[in-house]
Design a protein around this ligand. Sequence first.
Ligand code: NAG
Ligand code: NAG
Ligand code: NAG
Ligand code: NAG
Ligand code: NAG
Ligand code: NAG
Length: 519
Amino acid sequence: MIILWSGVCVSLKMLILVYAAETDLRPNIVIIMADDMGWGDIGANWPETVDTPNIDSLAREGLRLTDFHAGASVCTPSRAALLTGRLGLRTGLTKNFGPDSLGGIPTNETTIAEILSSAGYRTAMLGKWHLGTRPGHHPLDKGFHSYLGVPYSVDMGCADPPGMNFPLCPGCPEDNSVYHCASALSNCIMDPALPLYSNRSIAHQPVKLADLATMYAEFASNFIRSTSSVPYFLYAALSHMHVPLAHGHRYDNVTRRGEYADTLRELDGLVASILSAVKQTNNNTLFWFTTDNGPWEEKCGLSGSVGPFIGMWQASPMGGGGGAVAKKTIWEAGHRVPSIIYWPEHTEAGTVSNALTSSLDILPTLAMLAGVKIPGDRYFDGVDMTSVITGSAHSIREVLFHPHSGNGKEGEIGAVRIGSYKVVYYTGGVPDCFGHSGPAQSHADSPLVFKLDVDPSESSPLEHNSSEYVVATELARMALRSLQDSIRADNTSTVDYSRSHDGWVCCNKNSPICRCPWD
Ligand SMILES: *[C@@H]1O[C@H](CO)[C@@H](O)[C@H](O)[C@H]1NC(C)=O
Ligand SMILES: *[C@@H]1O[C@H](CO)[C@@H](O)[C@H](O)[C@H]1NC(C)=O
Ligand SMILES: *[C@@H]1O[C@H](CO)[C@@H](O)[C@H](O)[C@H]1NC(C)=O
Ligand SMILES: *[C@@H]1O[C@H](CO)[C@@H](O)[C@H](O)[C@H]1NC(C)=O
Ligand SMILES: *[C@@H]1O[C@H](CO)[C@@H](O)[C@H](O)[C@H]1NC(C)=O
Ligand SMILES: *[C@@H]1O[C@H](CO)[C@@H](O)[C@H](O)[C@H]1NC(C)=O
């Protein structure tokens, strides 16, 4: 390993492949990313939550990161940041794709799956992709050898049964004529039914949401258990906890506290089942659980817990005047996400790290562990955080950028972390459960500064005349300027966000909702 890591430049790939055929000491890697799950949805983070016994025990056996952030606060850019190690300002992936989008992840943006597969890893993905559906943008085009999952969010097309949403969705019509009868509920059935891909073919359309967890568990287990002399990489992008919420019958009313709690139990069980396949086969496996962004508050009781990150300034009439403080925003509950790493003999059981870290760091970290270099023809926003994982460092960075993911400012840097200070430039404009969204405001001329170590609820901005304010805003200004310089000098990509019915995924062109296979 040491020889590999020192990076001798003679065909590193050949060396790895030869080495791998002997005994491969490189770890297997499992990244699990849940959808729209709150920082407070995990008991290990927030004791009020009692529905994640297995994830909590994972935290007791591994390392819990308390200050870990998604690369954006909505789906597409967050997933892109994880897979590429780069901010949306570089990859062009700054906002969500729709089910009829023509574009996808740019072909010359390199994913961690491409890097690991070129280093000899077996790779697989399950779950939500949301980085394009057209040819060239499929997971199998971006480094994954096998795939089972849905191409975008589970609310982007009807399903049988419909699952719990707010407002409620109807199930897919059996009769195609219904499709053309626009009704108050028509939003839910304007798009073709939700498809389930198995590699490049559509296995079901509509998918049965209630069966997804079982199918994903089986796919993961088969992949993990298949024998091979090379290590593997599994990226499991779970559909839970995004609306419409659905779970197998086994979880019906198990908590007696409603659909969200029951679905969270199923997610916890799915994580446990993937972990058990890992433990039974090979313990040299880095198992990493995280989520893409915080709760979708517009969905009211069907959205998760923000924990202590209640975004009080935004919520207050004296501050932002109400509106969302989680998904789509730059507030902590939007981008600070659960992150737990289990890697026996490398992470110490039951440790907690407050290092400022990000899902942008996943690509550089995994490349390091696989003994490969990251591409040299572009800049990365993530950094290798192996030292934090193994406990040999308490910090890897002082500065982290949080892009906005709503209110028309998608991709723009809405807040900058400088140590424990958070400098905020844009607030408001994102609806909460009551449909309120405080006015979208720019604070570019006099940003708000919160001191997160003493004010995690972001309630009281520092006085503008305090020396802390002056130092934090000046450091943030310099950090932003150097980010802009690096983006200007970088190879950046552009993304086609146009939408047309040509983008629709349909296994049966004769049916508007694409019901198939027929049975
Ligand atoms: C997907 O493709 C891979 C690689 O060819 C193959 O091993 C796997 O069995 C395929 N999966 C399905 C469900 O066809
Ligand atoms: C769930 O259990 C509670 C408490 O026993 C009961 O009141 C409720 O009707 C049940 N709900 C469903 C959907 O079965
Ligand atoms: C992995 O570790 C667990 C817990 O120590 C142990 O029960 C299991 O047998 C180990 N698995 C393998 C494949 O060695
Ligand atoms: C951009 O790509 C070109 C061509 O691959 C390469 O020569 C150049 O060094 C790259 N720029 C950066 C900043 O890496
Ligand atoms: C800063 O301004 C606040 C409110 O305007 C005032 O109460 C405080 O005394 C000032 N502090 C300094 C250090 O000037
Ligand atoms: C990808 O290709 C586009 C168009 O050729 C180019 O502008 C961009 O810099 C490339 N990105 C990278 C990361 O090389």
